[in-house]
Design a protein around this ligand. Structure first.
Ligand code: SAH
Length: 251
């Protein structure tokens, strides 16, 4: 059996209970070495075989999986955060499908929620935003034109921008054009939930300089929106004058 497992954003205890159990039982672990904390591997059996996928091609990963399954071994493919977001798992699953090899996908805590927890905010505030946009700027991987950052920013929803901090100037430029103001709050969270996590708070006007002066150019979430600072209305769910399925309004 092959299990694609989300390792969580960094802190080793932020993997799911199911993910940890699969790691403990795995004979073969193929981990995304550039982003997954090596501490996860301490939970593997001593005799388990570990492969760092950073130095492997897609074909080599699939070959390793196929051989292992043929030998009746349990395989964990360990991805950072949640595997369904920028995980490049679809191409692996499609190749396994072609070969008739079974697999499961175990979700994880994504770095966008990890980062928002680190700054102790909530993406979805009444009267501020009820929508979260997860996106990235184009780099070597293109982004469809209709999803250009400027167009997305025009919605003024809460945003979590992955894979983009190395291009912070361009990110800011597009966001300012989309939001049409430069005082929109921004939090850049480097290595959310890791021991060397670093948080930078600013706004579209000053965040680029702050990020560059700290030398941050990878492994960061750029969180953008008024949810970071603005006033909001109280939630209806806990409003004493509001009745819902589980609670009657107090008189
Ligand atoms: N599947 C992962 C994302 C992989 S893409 C997830 O769900 O989080 C890699 C990008 O994710 C990085 O460039 C960075 O933008 C973000 N990222 C991953 N781990 C992070 C962390 N601990 N803190 C901040 N950003 C992180």
């Amino acid at each position: 059996m092959i299990s694609f497992v989300g390792a969580g954003p960094g802190n080793v205890d932020l993997i799911t209970v199911k993910g940890r159990r699969l790691l403990e039982e795995a004979d073969i672990v193929i981990y995304a070495g550039s982003l997954v904390s090596k501490e996860h591997l301490d939970f593997c059996k001593e005799e388990s075989q570990l492969f760092n996928s950073a130095s492997m091609t897609l074909e080599e990963v699939i070959e390793t999986m196929e051989e292992s399954v043929q030998n009746g071994l349990k395989v964990v493919r360990l991805h950072t955060g949640d595997p369904t977001i920028y995980g490049a798992i679809r191409e692996q699953m499609d190749m396994l499908d072609e070969k008739g090899i079974l697999y499961e996908v175990v979700p994880g805590v994504s770095s966008f929620t990890g980062a928002c927890s680190s700054i102790k905010k909530e993406f979805t505030l009444p009267d501020v935003s009820q929508t979260i946009i997860l996106t990235r700027i184009e780099g070597r991987t293109p982004v469809p034109e209709k999803e250009d950052l400027e167009k997305l920013a025009a919605h003024k929803a809460s945003m979590a921008i992955f894979l983009s901090v190395q291009d912070i100037d361009r990110v800011v430029e597009k966001l300012v054009r989309g939001y049409k103001r430069d005082d929109v709050p921004v939090a850049v969270v480097y290595k959310a939930t890791w021991e060397d996590e670093h948080i930078i708070i600013g706004n579209l006007g000053d965040i680029a300089e702050k990020v560059k002066s700290k030398g941050i150019n990878k492994m960061a979430q750029i969180l953008v929106g008024d949810f970071i600072e603005a006033d909001y209305s109280r939630s209806k769910l806990y409003d004493p004058t509001f009745t819902h399925e589980y609670r009657r309004a107090s008189k």
